[in-house]
Design a protein around this ligand. Structure first.
Ligand code: IMP
Ligand code: MG
Length: 179
């Protein structure tokens, strides 16, 4: 599988170091709070597992599944919650864990939807951000890496549901992702 891609744009080592830093920061910021780490599946699964283990405070874990791309590299402009949380988040400090904030549509939809359930606070931690592609302004509280406007795969991110298991982040050259 590695042969299909050029050099990683984020290596496993860079990923490991950055996630350790994010874990430290979140540990400090959420000390004494009632944290629930909400993973946005499927894309966030790899990042989530590593980030959760870098956070050194007692916390709850939960997941939801959204569909926004329908197997296409370009956003369909619609976000749908396919599977909801199992926990009641009222009164809790919610930290949403995303793979990437691209247009911002997914993040905005999730913030709006979960806000109605009266959490004590709600913030976003995204492994990646493509600032050039933003359509909706959503504050991202924790960002792993800002990347250029290229379609990337690996470390949880897919192209047509494949390549999520690539252990680093690579650019998929064949995809036209300019709009
Ligand atoms: P949004 O445009 O911010 O709503 O991004 C929605 C979703 O698009 C992300 O959670 C990813 O699953 C997917 N996505 C955006 N850019 C990429 C990419 O470069 N590679 C793989 N998935 C992407
Ligand atoms: Mg995806």
């Amino acid at each position: 599988m590695d042969r299909m891609f050029g050099r990683p744009i984020v290596t496993q080592e860079q990923m490991r170091m950055r996630i350790r830093e994010l874990g430290r920061q979140i540990t400090m910021d959420y000390a004494g709070k009632d944290l629930i780490l909400v993973g946005v599946l499927k894309g966030a699964y790899a990042f989530y597992a590593d980030l959760a283990r870098a956070i050194r405070i007692p916390m709850r874990v939960d997941f939801l599944v959204v569909a926004s791309y329908a197997g296409k590299p370009k956003s369909s402009g619609k976000v749908k919650m396919v599977t909801d949380l199992t926990e009641d988040i009222a009164g809790l400090d919610v930290l949403l864990v995303e793979d990437i904030v691209d247009s911002g549509l997914t993040a905005q939809y999730l913030i709006n939807t979960l806000h109605k359930r009266n959490p004590k606070s709600i913030k976003i931690c995204s492994l990646l951000s493509k600032p050039e592609r933003r359509e909706k302004h959503v504050p991202i509280d924790y960002v792993g890496f800002e990347i250029p406007n290229k379609y990337v795969v690996g470390y949880g991110l897919d192209y047509q549901q494949k390549y999520r298991n690539l252990p680093y982040l690579a650019v998929l050259d064949t995809v036209d992702d300019d709009g």
